[in-house]
Design a protein around this ligand. Structure first.
Ligand code: HMG
Ligand code: MG
Length: 289
């Protein structure tokens, strides 16, 4: 990656939709993924291979992967919690997998039915299999600033989980502000602690946006050398297992920020906004011009 390039993973089809109670038709999910790729998103997190009864909205993950026309140069990734999810994702045609743990024991238990240490044990066979098959892996660490059950989380708590994650192998570390609690001042200790454990080029920031402050946090992270961000078109998103979790930071806001600061994202803002408006309209969230 060149120094003036920022890599944005579009997580709208997964994080954006997972909290929607009305199931979005498969054809619309496929259209969403294809339009985001056509707009230039270098990576699209297409869906999740979790327990279908826990996230019914994404129970059609195999169908979505089977129906998209892949565009060369785009990475089509999938969220997986364990080896069973990894096997399903590979069979469906995922190019990359995202595992997920947390800096909070309570959130880990609620989200994945096991402790943080339990998630790390589940990850070992996945990282081993993915590495042998040449499939890139990212690992989300949720609740890096605040947990909806435990409250404030220290950067030391985050660092101790990041340490366990990087010991698994060559993985991207994705820091999740699950409930959108961060202010720019929280970003410094978080990124500095993480940067001391893993090359900053392998660090991703995954912001949710409660108070409209996520772009200010992203700006701070850019200043600290972070060049990878997750975002969701139209700011869709939330987590069914984190009460009050708001939408992800909007991809169009991150793209605008990056372009204003002189970074290239490869994403066409006009095409992106057209897609955001369409999906927001579909989900009856207004903004239907
Ligand atoms: P578990 O119940 O502990 O799993 O679930 P288990 O190994 O005990 O198996 C129990 C049953 O589940 C078995 O079926 C397994 O086959 C089945 P049975 O024999 O009883 O019929 N099973 C599966 N089925 C399909 N796919 C699988 C799978 N694994 C087991 N992969 C598990 C553990 C983690 C799977 C479950 O708790 C789960 O699916 N949780 C959903 C978690 C989730 O999707 N959360 C939202 C995404 S995370 C997020 O949004 C945060 C993020 O955006 C970052 C941020 O914002 O911070 C990433
Ligand atoms: Mg999230």
């Amino acid at each position: 990656m060149t120094p003036d390039r920022v890599f944005i993973t579009e997580v709208g089809p997964r994080d954006g939709l997972q909290n929607e109670s009305v199931v979005v038709p498969l054809a619309d999910k496929v259209r969403l993924v294809e339009e985001l790729a056509a707009a230039g998103c270098p990576e699209v997190e297409v869906s999740a291979f979790v327990r279908p009864d826990r996230v019914p909205q994404l129970a059609d993950a195999t169908g979505v992967f089977g129906s998209i026309t892949k565009q060369p140069g785009t990475v089509y990734s999938a969220l997986v919690p364990n080896i069973q999810g990894f096997d399903r994702a590979c069979t469906a045609g995922a190019d990359k997998v995202s595992l997920f743990t947390a800096a909070s024991e309570t959130f880990s238990m609620r989200n994945t039915n096991t402790s943080v240490a339990g998630t790390i044990e589940r990850f070992r066979p996945v990282v081993e299999a993915a590495t042998s098959q040449g499939i890139p892996v990212r690992v989300y660490v949720s609740c890096v600033v605040e947990c909806p059950f435990e409250g404030k989380i220290s950067s030391e708590q985050v660092a101790s989980v990041v340490e366990q994650v990087v010991a698994l192998g060559d993985v991207e570390v994705d820091l999740g502000d699950t409930i959108g609690a961060s202010a720019p001042d929280d970003i410094d200790p978080l990124i500095l602690a993480t940067r001391s454990l893993v090359d900053v080029d392998r660090v991703v920031l995954h912001l949710h946006d409660t108070h409209g402050g996520a772009t200010a946090c992203a700006r701070r992270a850019l200043e600290l050398g972070v060049r990878r961000f997750d975002a969701s078109c139209g700011g869709l998103g939330g987590c069914p297992f984190a009460p009050g979790a708001p939408g992800n930071v909007a991809t169009e806001d991150i793209v605008t920020l990056c372009h204003e600061m002189g970074y290239d994202t490869g994403i066409d803002p006009v095409q992106l906004v057209a897609t955001s408006k369409w999906i927001q309209n579909l989900l009856r969230r207004g903004n239907t011009n």
